[in-house]
Design a protein around this ligand. Structure first.
Ligand code: JHZ
Length: 425
């Protein structure tokens, strides 16, 4: 087992001592460190995965920090464009911003963690200047290929200062699924304030910690995700850097329940902001008690899932997984699910095919395998795309294949759920 290079003794946001652990997922390999078959003899790094909550500012966070280069540069193969639902969600967001912010050729839209250009390409099509920032070289190259200029760097206050010294402030900054990924949270938010125009808008999306707990989405915990946010924690964090939480949107099905926070240098909070803060206070998200029983619920889920899969195997069924997602790695390694249970893991990301899942070393194959060598049951490891995957795999279901959803309540499912929607409640 490799040691994590640093262990967090103070809160990643407010800096106070006293972060209280409430869940240990043991030691796990890095969730996106897919293994090449030729490297099977090499020792695989494993790091402790423990989660705690800061009673002072409510931030939920992991206690160990793995260096960012190890997480996002070497062999990082997550490409956003493999989900149509995510592309549709992003297009709606872009169109909304273009209309409400009246963006045009004099505007500047910056996206942090712009990945393969899945979002900014919508602005490029309309002639609106953009800048993508992403340290992962393969993704940055893919973005450039679709016309999205991309800086292959980590974002923080220093890069923000440099960009401001070289060019205009950003009219809009978008940061989707990245604020949880940064070890230096305060440097990141200070950078947002530095780069945004005084009348500008910042939107930040991240899975909601309330839903993580309510829906037992423990598998979304891995070393890439240093933090798990509530509105209360975001409010305290951004205020420290001269920003205000002005609106909140909720996408109940996106990545297991996502919030989009609207931030800006000026304060004009909507009722949604007041409502969320009040509700989090009432439900106790601001106290340790809300999280205290989570570990037991995770253990029960693990037992139920392992028993369900073992029963199906004992009945003679063949099983495979769908989605070589990072969350799949947490789930498989924590539950100890490997070759004795699953034959393979399907993923349509061509960059992942031919590699092996971290730790358990299940082979990752293309979806065409389902037609030639179908299992009886397909475990939806990427359960956040349940609707999209089930629609795509209607042929597998029509031929008698069944789906298993692992969280929050491991079970065999029958009907195809409806597509993603948004709401403010
Ligand atoms: P997916 C990612 O987590 C990465 P992961 C990241 N760390 C993050 O913060 C969260 O998202 C929010 C495949 N797939 O997105 C693509 C199909 O094969 O749930 C992916 O490999 N067919 C930035 O890795 C995987 O499933 C399909 O039809 O846990 C899904 O991974 C679809 C829709 C997806 O996230």
């Amino acid at each position: 087992m490799a040691e994590a290079t640093s262990i967090q003794s103070t809160c990643r946001s407010c800096g106070r001592v006293g972060v209280r652990p409430f869940l240990s997922l043991g030691t796990t390999p890095l969730a996106d460190a897919l293994v090449s078959p030729s490297d099977l003899d090499e020792p695989e790094d494993r790091f402790p995965l423990e989660v705690g909550m800061c009673p002072a500012c409510s931030l939920v966070q992991i206690l160990d920090t793995v260096p960012a280069e190890k997480l996002f540069v070497d062999n990082y193969l997550y490409f956003s464009s493999f989900s149509q639902e995510l592309l549709d969600h992003s297009r709606r967001h872009a169109e909304n911003l273009m209309a409400t912010r009246r963006l045009g050729p004099d505007s500047r839209v910056v996206e942090i963690a712009s990945n393969d250009g899945y979002f900014l390409r919508n602005f490029v099509e309309r002639g609106i200047p953009v800048l993508g920032i992403d340290p992962a070289p393969g993704q940055a190259q893919a973005a450039e290929a679709v016309g999205v200029p991309t800086l292959t760097e980590f974002f923080g206050v220093e890069l923000a200062r440099r960009l401001r010294s070289e060019g205009p402030p950003a009219s809009v900054i978008v940061a989707n699924n990245v604020m949880a990924h940064v070890p230096d949270l305060n440097g990141f938010v200070a950078g947002l304030r530095e780069l945004v125009a005084d009348d500008g808008l910042i939107t930040v999306e991240n899975p909601y910690v309330r839903d993580l707990v309510d829906r037992i989405e423990f598998d979304t915990i891995y070393h890439e995700h240093h933090c798990y946010f509530s509105c209360t924690a975001v409010d305290a964090l951004v205020r420290r850097h001269g920003l205000h939480l002005n609106d909140v949107e909720y996408f109940p099905d996106l990545h297991g329940g996502t919030l989009r926070w609207h931030l800006g240098p000026r304060s004009h909070p909507t009722d949604a902001v007041r409502r969320y803060l009040a509700e989090e206070n009432e439900r106790g998200l601001t106290t340790y008690d809300f999280y205290a029983g989570f570990g037991d619920r995770v253990q029960r889920l693990r037992s139920t899932l392992v028993e369900l899969l073992a029963r199906l195997k004992a009945e003679g069924s063949r099983l495979a997984g769908y989605g070589a997602a990072a969350k799949a790695s947490t789930l498989l390694n924590f539950a100890g699910i490997g070759f004795e249970t699953l034959d393979y893991v399907v993923d349509r990301n061509v960059h992942k095919q031919g590699l092996l899942m971290p730790g358990v070393h299940l082979p990752i194959v293309g979806p065409e395998r389902l037609a030639v060598d179908p299992p009886d049951y397909l475990v939806l490891l990427a359960w956040n795309f349940q609707a999209e995957i089930m629609r795509q795999q209607a042929g597998f279901a029509a031929a008698g294949g069944r789906f298993i959803v692992p969280v929050p309540d491991p079970r065999v499912i029958e009907s195809v759920p409806s597509p993603l929607g948004a709401s403010r409640s």
